[in-house]
Design a protein around this ligand. Structure first.
Ligand code: F6P
Length: 547
């Protein structure tokens, strides 16, 4: 059976047949400055350079034709219009409304989203400022010194990433800590040495049913109660959730429950009250700047022509890497220490959204979907896995990110950081030929025998693709804009693959099985209903525990 996009995919395959054996060295030699000009795009101070990808303008045109054939603009408009595009859960997808202004006109259930979003946003930002200013205190009138956000997945990864990223903007705000893992070591380690009386616990859970979060929240409340009365401890608790019945049942006072809505996916929720820890860390004004950065990219995605639209182009390059070049994984490498958690955050956003095997209508995908996303900041990464990126047997495309200005007063370090950022895309693309190695070794006085032995080891074949993202400064605004760039990239790829990017059924089975297995871990249980491996391992664990 042919699909309506077969022609576009075939054209892309033909492009690859044409380009597969062309080296980036030759593409740059032929096209010179034109290549950078033709394959980079700018929005305000943000530039994305695709010229070190193994494409040319004709292939990019065919990728844009694929986006058109997949009706990316129609799908985008359906999201912005509040259509129920999360079909398997029957929900709208309106995280863009969280950072919108009323004039943007987003609607849900026939009413402006601003009627819901604006008052709740004002409320949680006011609370953040009241805590920071010492207007909201503990029961004894003392300022909160520490905040612990208890949440997991989307209720943790966005906040932890943004709090760390914006540490420079903290001023005299409280210390913000994060507990996510059900491993009790996480809560134990974070609470060690903290003053219970001046520590506020935020329980962050969209559903308020996630076992890790609820169990850790109960343990954290018990930790408070070691020294505080129940009434005093209540003052140190707040909840961030869509499930207001469950937060009430947990015993959180309604004035410290900050809500959001089921049309916000967990991994897209950092702009909702789930971002309270970020607002506590940097204050309401900076948080609003953060939202403004998201909104700038939301507006760009909504209005820029496809050929200039940064999230669309980033997505199409990803489609080229994944479906045409058959690359399984992507390294996302910020040359920015403040973005140390950015790859982990995008990892969930991308892999939980598009790590799907069936289309929206339930048919098996005939092409690969989301790649594996991972990464750590440069230059640390250069001293660990870059060996494989440069000379390993697989091609791993890289996204590099850099701000033009330093994120610390140490300007010389930033110069070196910048030089390394530039050097790596160049080394990946151009490599070093055997002739260059030979000439270099000859010049340094190596013998002919040494040269013959070492040339294969010292050769870099190059032709390894990367995209470089550069913008002016690292600020709340630029962070919001960068996140929204990746959010919309993921959206576009989901449209092209035809998957529902907004459900996550794949996480359910493990949760159900863990609930079934948990009671079986008590002594003396009948394990006969379990599979041999589970039974064998439980017996082994019991043996090990008794010794
Ligand atoms: O298990 C996956 C998941 O549902 C994620 O999608 C979500 O971000 C995370 O768990 C946490 O969920 P909640 O915020 O409801 O506790």
């Amino acid at each position: 059976m042919t699909s309506s996009t077969d022609t576009q995919w075939q054209a892309l395959q033909a492009d690859w047949d044409r380009l597969r054996n062309v080296h980036l060295r030759d593409m740059f030699a032929d096209q010179g400055d034109d290549r950078f000009n033709a394959l980079s795009r700018t929005m305000d101070d943000l530039t994305i350079d695709f010229s070190c990808e193994r494409i040319d303008v004709a292939a990019l045109d065919n990728l844009l034709a694929l986006a058109a054939a997949c009706d990316v603009t129609g799908a985008r408009d359906a999201m912005y219009n509040g259509d129920v595009i999360n079909t398997t859960e029957g929900r709208e997808v309106l995280h863009v409304a969280l950072r919108a202004e009323r004039s943007d006109g987003y609607m849900v259930d026939g009413a402006p989203t601003a009627d819901l979003v604006d008052p709740e946003r004002d409320r949680f930002l006011q609370f953040a400022d009241d805590v920071r200013d010492g207007k909201y205190t503990n029961a004894q009138g003392a300022r909160f010194t520490d905040i612990i956000n208890i949440g997991i997945g989307g209720s943790d990864l966005g906040p932890v990433m943004a709090v760390r990223a914006l540490s420079e903007f903290r001023g005299d705000g409280p210390n913000v800590h994060f507990v996510s893992n059900i491993d009790g070591a996480h809560l134990t380690d974070v609470t060690r040495g903290l003053n219970r009386s001046t520590t506020m616990i935020l329980i962050a859970s969209k559903t308020f049913t996630t076992i890790e979060t609820i169990t850790n929240a109960q343990a954290a409340k018990a930790w408070l109660l070691v020294e505080l009365s129940s009434a005093d401890a209540d003052q140190n608790l707040a909840a961030l959730s869509t499930n207001l019945d469950a937060t009430a049942e947990f015993g959180i006072a309604a004035e410290r429950v900050f809500g959001f809505w089921d049309w916000v996916g967990g991994r897209y929720s950092v702009c909702s009250s789930i971002g309270l820890s970020v607002a506590l860390s940097v204050g309401g004004k900076n948080f609003r700047e953060f939202l403004a950065g998201f909104r700038a990219m939301d507006q760009h995605f909504k209005t820029a022509p496809m050929a200039q639209n940064l999230p669309v182009l980033l997505a199409l390059i990803g489609i080229w890497r994944r479906n045409i070049m058959d690359c399984l994984t992507v390294a996302l490498l910020p040359y920015n220490q403040r973005l140390e958690h950015f790859s982990d955050y995008v990892q969930q956003m991308d892999m939980e959204s598009n790590g799907k095997g069936v289309t929206k209508s339930g048919d098996a995908l005939t092409r690969s979907s989301a790649p594996i996303i991972w990464g750590t900041p440069g230059t640390n990464s250069q001293h660990s896995y870059f060996q494989l990126l440069h000379q390993g047997t697989d091609i791993i495309p890289v996204d590099f990110i850099l701000t033009a200005n330093a994120t610390s007063p140490l300007d010389y370090q930033h110069k070196l950081l910048t030089a390394n950022f530039l050097a790596q895309s160049r080394a990946l693309a151009f490599g070093k030929t055997p002739d260059e190695v030979r000439a270099e070794m000859t010049a340094s006085g190596a013998s002919e025998e040494q040269i013959t032995d070492l040339v294969p080891h010292r050769t870099f074949h190059g032709n390894r693709p990367s995209t470089s993202i550069v913008y002016r400064d690292h600020t709340p605004f630029s962070l919001g804009r960068l996140i929204a760039l990746y959010e919309h990239k993921v959206f576009v790829q989901g449209v092209i693959w035809g998957v529902n990017s907004f459900d996550q059924w794949g996480v359910e089975l493990g949760k159900v099985l863990a609930r079934q297995i948990e009671p079986m871990l008590d002594d003396g249980q009948d394990l006969s209903s379990l599979h041999a491996n589970t039974r064998g391992l439980i017996n082994r664990i019991h043996d090990l525990k008794s010794k």
